[in-house]
Design a protein around this ligand. Structure first.
Ligand code: ADP
Ligand code: ZN
Ligand code: ZN
Length: 731
């Protein structure tokens, strides 16, 4: 038989199928094959009777690598869809579908060696064979007699390896190997909760379980019981003999979520998460593969979980930008999940309190079925949000990072013995320019996005159209000289808190203090136990954590990401503020939120303060339509990165010329086309350039296909080229 093999090397030169001979190997297996003058790993993606390759050139597969077929037919189909849709190399797509630890034999099942007394010997025979003076051997035998089979590690630690060895040589003790499963989050205790569903929850569950598959958007405010809906659906799906995938943003896969699912579903749940050790991740994957676990929970890549007969895929917090990967391989989890649901004839559920504009728009257009949970389970009102105008503070002579109201509220909360979270918005801290007095922010007149200050040439630039402006010394609006570029750091906040409240314990949670999984958990745990009264942090705080004693959330720079140079800025900011505000008053205590801003009248903040998703949606979708941004168009960019900028520029220019010609074929297809440096000009020593486009929805697919061809045809050594469609991040 001739097998078609993709070798496990990510390189454009070998991005094709190679023919090998072999016998009795299944398509989807991982194999070891000779390639050039070495042996490497590969994936069998097909088989056939004959080949055009001359017999003398044909090599044989060395051996299969696993005792199971790593990639099912369905997963192969999914990978080739992903590969085509995102213009990836097939090997990069295939790599998504198996744990990286498995490749290059970096991991093997965890094998434990156990010892037992030979069952061919009677008790008398055993002890008669041990010499009178061999006390340790005797003790070991007695131990085994009493305790039964025991790990050899335990035995040799206790009785010494020599004793074990000589008993084995005498045939008294025999050893054997067992494969053990590493069970992640052992510390997470299993709890069982069961609720009687509310009418809205019941309606949602029944709709999702309808045998006719559909795509649902479950829109429910925080605390409205979405998780309960997911669990009910999953339980019914598993009871009917099918499997389920539940995706959550990387950052919100907290012990709480795991506890819930472990409690409800026990060992039928497998967790796929980058926080696990390599061994744990591999074992969990294998449990799914072997059908021992039926529910996969995990971040983005769990959409490739090795399950068969899937009954539902759920994407929680569907608006979260982590569902789109922004490094290779780039893909959008929602598209992959949708395809996988269609393969399985099952339903897809997207859930969120603040759905992405795109998803809500689809729901409005009946592409998704909208399910609504309109009430919080505990009927607690949403927290009271107060917007503080920081320009007002400056005018009143307060130049502190804390407004007077925030200091007052902090004092109150501390005196009451409750807790507060202070939140610093870090997203898009790129240096925008703002007047401290009137809040004026320099914007591009053509694109309505904030201009970015470029230090190297001392200019303000629009990252959408490339227009440039001179830097101003006085505010163009109010003539004030207090122009600020910048951001406040959380260390600064911590230091200021120490001055204001010297006796209060403060915890800080950010990328520096939470390098490890444990670092994050430790801080959350300490705060949960009320070892500190104030927690300072960034985005990480926005998700999923429940602290009943938190009655105040202060948002120090509520508008910062509004000035981000991206059409998604308002949407992302709205989502973030709504999430953060939701951290206050989760339990029986009414919560308060203080939102400090220099642009108090910005619609985004106004709607966020009222937690008015629908109002925000209507306003924002109209803006997008008027300005022809997604979902009313497709944003695409072709990126060029490399150490030698001239090589990048040359290649970019050649492609650009071809794309300009394409514009003649599709006169209405291009709403915008520009070449430029990326906002982030250099990253890790590599220069970055881009061709930025907005394409009409009608022609986008055709145009992109042609662009892929243009990009593939003409390549340049040492220049990495990739294309992104509707990227979340345009830096
Ligand atoms: P969401 O995911 O929408 O934020 P959750 O599913 O976490 O909401 O529910 C919020 C809280 O309400 C949880 O503590 C949950 O246990 C509880 N809860 C959910 N559904 C019910 C119900 N039907 N009856 C009682 N409590 C419920
Ligand atoms: Zn512009
Ligand atoms: Zn001004």
């Amino acid at each position: 038989m001739i097998y078609q093999v993709i070798v496990d090397i990510s390189n454009s030169q070998v991005d094709r199928v190679f023919d090998y001979t072999g016998e009795g190997i299944s398509v989807g297996s991982r194999v070891c094959v000779p390639f050039g003058n070495r042996l490497i790993e590969g994936f069998v993606v097909g088989q056939k009777e004959t080949t055009d390759v001359p017999i003398s050139k044909l090599k044989a597969i060395e051996r299969p690598l696993d005792d199971f077929v790593a990639l099912s037919e369905q997963i192969l189909g999914l990978c080739s869809f992903v590969c085509k849709k995102y213009h990836l190399r097939l090997v990069d797509a295939l790599r998504l579908a198996i744990p990286s630890e498995m490749r290059a034999n970096r991991i093997a099942p965890l094998v434990k060696r156990k010892a037992r007394l030979s069952d061919l010997l009677t008790k008398e025979e055993i002890f008669s064979r041990i010499k009178q003076n061999a006390k340790t051997q005797r003790a070991l035998a007695e131990f085994l007699l009493k305790e039964g089979d025991t790990n050899t590690e335990v035995l040799s630690k206790r009785f010494g390896y020599a004793a074990l060895k000589s008993l084995r040589e005498k045939g008294i003790v025999e050893t054997y190997d067992v494969t053990v499963k590493r069970k992640p989050y052992k510390a997470v205790s299993d709890t069982l909760t069961n609720h009687i569903l509310t009418d809205e929850q019941t309606a949602a569950v029944n709709a999702i379980l309808d045998p006719v598959p559909a795509e649902f958007l479950l829109w429910g405010v925080t605390g409205s019981g979405k998780t309960e809906v997911y669990m009910s659906v999953i339980r019914r799906v598993v009871e009917s003999g099918k499997t389920a995938i539940m995706l959550v943003p990387e950052i919100s896969l907290t012990p709480n979520v795991l506890k819930l699912f472990r409690g409800r579903f026990g060992d039928t749940v497998a967790i796929l998460h980058s926080g696990l050790s390599a061994g744990e991740r591999y074992d969990e994957w294998l449990r799914l593969k072997r059908g021992e676990a039926k529910i996969a929970i995990g971040a983005r890549s769990a959409v490739f979980a090795p399950l068969e007969n899937i009954g539902v895929i759920i994407i929680d917090e569907e608006h979260d930008s982590s569902y789109q990967s922004d490094n290779n391989p780039r893909y959008d989890t929602r598209d992959v999940a949708q395809y996988r649901c269609r393969q399985n004839g099952c339903s897809l559920v997207l859930g969120s309190a603040t759905p992405s504009l795109e998803s809500f728009y689809k729901a409005q257009n009946k592409e998704y079925k909208l399910l609504t949970l309109s009430q919080r389970i505990n009927k607690m009102p949403l927290p009271d949000v107060s917007i503080v105008d920081m320009t007002e503070e400056t005018r009143a002579g307060n130049n502190d990072i804390f407004s007077r109201e925030l200091v007052e509220e902090l004092t109150r909360v501390i005196n009451e013995g409750n807790q507060a979270i202070l939140f610093l918005n870090r997203r898009g801290y790129s240096s925008f320019v703002m007047c401290n007095k009137c809040g004026y922010v320099a914007k591009c007149p053509d694109c309505d996005v904030s201009l970015t200050y470029h230090k190297e040439d001392n200019l303000l630039k629009c990252h959408y159209c490339g227009r440039q402006f001179r830097v101003f010394d006085n505010c163009p609006k109010c003539k004030s000289p207090y122009i600020r570029q910048g951001r406040v750091g959380d260390q600064q906040v911590e230091a200021r808190l120490k001055q204001l409240f010297p006796d209060v314990k403060v915890l800080r949670m950010d990328a520096d203090t939470t390098q490890t999984k444990d670092g994050l958990l430790k801080i959350l745990d300490a705060f949960g136990k009320r070892e500190a009264q104030i927690l300072v942090g960034t985005q990480m705080l926005a998700k999923g954590h429940d602290f009943p004693y938190v009655t105040l959330v202060g948002i120090l720079n509520g508008d910062q990401s509004l000035h981000y140079d991206n059409y998604l800025a308002a949407e992302k900011n709205f989502q973030l503020l709504t999430q953060v505000a939701g951290r206050s008053g989760r339990d029986k205590r009414q919560g308060k939120v203080i939102l400090q801003t220099y642009t108090p009248r910005h619609y985004c903040l106004q709607y966020a303060a009222r937690q008015d998703y629908l109002g925000f949606y209507k306003r924002e979708i109209n803006l997008r339509e008027a300005s022809e941004f997604p979902p009313f168009s497709v944003v695409a960019r072709v990126m060029y990165t490399g150490e030698e900028s001239q090589r990048c520029i040359d290649l970019l220019n050649r492609h650009y010329a071809d794309i300009e010609k394409l514009q003649n074929t599709y006169p209405d297809g291009f709403l915008f086309l520009q070449k430029m440096r990326c906002p982030l000009r250099r990253l890790q020593g590599k220069h970055r350039f881009e061709i930025l486009m907005r394409l009409s929805n009608a022609c986008a697919e055709e145009i992109l296909e042609t662009i892929y061809k243009i990009v593939d045809k003409d390549t340049e050594d040492k220049v990495l080229v990739f294309t992104e469609v509707n990227p979340q991040n345009l830096t």
